[in-house]
Design a protein around this ligand. Structure first.
Ligand SMILES: NC(=O)c1ccc[n+]([C@@H]2O[C@H](COP(=O)([O-])OP(=O)(O)OC[C@H]3O[C@@H](n4cnc5c(N)ncnc54)[C@H](O)[C@@H]3O)[C@@H](O)[C@H]2O)c1
Ligand SMILES: O=C(O)CC[C@@H](O)C(=O)O
Length: 411
């Protein structure tokens, strides 16, 4: 892999922001002195994107743009990626790290929006609103209490008790629901939520099961035919996490067969790339299913907060080198570098590499005002504040170290 340094004037640093990143993020980047910001309202087709990223330094995406190793190979100047959302499964995080590219996201900025939507869906499903609404649009009048229930006293089963799951649990308790959850990690139960030992316990005990896990190898098709069978007859399923977690044909069968009373699905294994593409799903046309176009986190409040959060992280990495909040990278929190030159060296974490870095500095008789280091098993990140007038010469020597992935310096 070739190495390069990115010690560029701000007006030469290029941002490409896709999928309609909120204007607040673009304003923030401009406010910090960056001028070259290209924007796209949607995720470009993969082939087109390969050409678009060639000279881009900072890439901003949401959930639809796939950042593959092929794209990373083409994006030879790419310095960091901002996911303007929570999920980062659309990015090959390991390949990005191996190329020295940190990936940032907004881990909490739309949590509340998702929790509020799911709470509303629980009420809607238990009252049979999706079917009654569809019937009324067809001119039918389904005035009946049959199959309609209060949520008070019902059991909500949460799979994945992270930021969204735990926030939702508190809101649901406010409506009088009993909350149980299953998580692979030990989590502090909030309110009266009860942790249970297995996913099967949640499936068997809940009136409503809601999924809030990330998309991982473990969670793909986690809700399959077998899991659906374990749910109580007449229960409801909600998925506002990721589309590949629920086996949609199996869910359609469970709904058609009447085992489940209804579902609310916000995310799908294949989603349209933009609002002008048609949405295909086996669930279309089912009156007892609430279908929403991946809008769990799509509120004005959330999009603005996300944009500011991720834009700030990208700018901070560019201006200061801080990787705090990176999801795939050694995290280094850095103070401002007042008078010294700051050199940032990203390397494969191999024996002897730090010694080689320090030897470059000591041979040049440069005083190190401060040094910061964090490593992951495969990649290390060292930041040095140096009292030197010739940072470019040092960068050239650091680039020559075989384990170097990339080096940049700041004035
Ligand atoms: N629909 C939307 O618009 C929308 C918006 C925001 C987030 N999301 C998605 O919601 C999901 C959850 O977000 P979050 O912020 O709560 O994430 P989080 O990381 O805070 O919580 C996820 C939880 O799932 C647990 N988990 C992981 N694998 C598990 C497994 N196999 N079984 C049980 N638990 C498991 C983790 O330990 C963690 O506690 C993510 O997939 C995210 O992409 C969707
Ligand atoms: O805005 C999006 O595209 C995705 C939102 C949501 O799924 C997330 O992961 O934050």
């Amino acid at each position: 892999m070739t190495t390069r340094h990115h010690s560029l004037a701000k007006n030469k640093i290029k941002f490409l922001m896709l999928e309609g990143v909120h204007a607040r993020g673009l304003d923030e980047i401009r406010r910090q002195g960056y001028e070259t910001i290209a924007t796209e309202p949607k995720a470009p087709p993969p082939e087109q994107l390969l050409d678009m990223v060639e000279d881009v330094h900072f890439l901003g995406i949401r959930s639809r743009t796939q950042v593959t190793s092929q794209l990373l190979d083409r994006a030879r100047k790419l310095t960091a990626i901002g996911c303007f959302c929570i999920g980062t499964d659309q990015v090959d995080l390991t390949e990005a790290r191996r190329r020295g590219i940190p990936v940032f996201n907004a881990p909490y900025a739309n949590t509340r929006s998702v929790a509020e939507l799911v709470l509303a869906e629980i009420v809607m499903l238990l009252r049979g609103i999706p079917a009654r609404n569809a019937a009324a649009h067809r001119g039918e009048w389904l005035k009946s209490a049959r199959g309609s229930h209060e949520v008070r006293g019902k059991t909500l089963g949460i799979l994945g008790y992270g930021h969204i799951g735990s926030q939702l649990g508190i809101l649901a308790e406010g409506l009088g629901m009993r909350v149980i959850y299953y998580d692979i990690a030990a989590k502090l139960p909030l309110g009266n939520a009860e942790p249970v030992n297995t996913m099967s316990d949640v499936l068997a005990r809940s009136d409503v099961v809601t999924v809030h896990v990330p998309d991982t190898e473990l969670t793909r098709n986690m809700i399959d035919a077998q899991a659906l069978e374990q749910m109580q007859a007449g229960a409801y399923l909600i998925n506002a996490a990721r589309g590949r977690i629920v086996d949609i044909p199996a869910l359609a069968d469970a709904l058609r067969g009447g085992h489940l009373a209804g579902a609310a699905i916000d995310v799908f294994p294949v989603e349209p790339k933009g609002n002008d593409e048609s949405f295909e799903s086996e669930l279309r046309g089912m009156d007892n299913v609430l279908l929403t176009p991946h809008i769990g986190g799509s509120t004005e409040e959330a999009q603005e907060n996300i944009a500011l959060d991720v834009a700030t992280k990208l700018v901070r990495y560019s201006d200061n080198g801080s990787t705090m909040g990176a999801v795939n990278f050694p995290e280094v929190s850095l103070p401002d570098h007042a008078s010294a030159r700051r050199i940032m060296h990203i390397h494969r974490n191999e024996p002897g590499v730090l010694q080689a870095v320090n030897s470059v500095i000591s041979k040049a008789s440069v005083n190190i005002a401060a040094q910061y280091l964090q490593t992951l098993p495969d990649v290390g990140y060292v930041v040095m504040d140096l009292e030197t007038d010739d940072a470019p010469a040092l960068v050239r020597e650091l680039d020559a170290i075989p384990a170097t992935l990339r080096t940049r310096f700041l004035y």
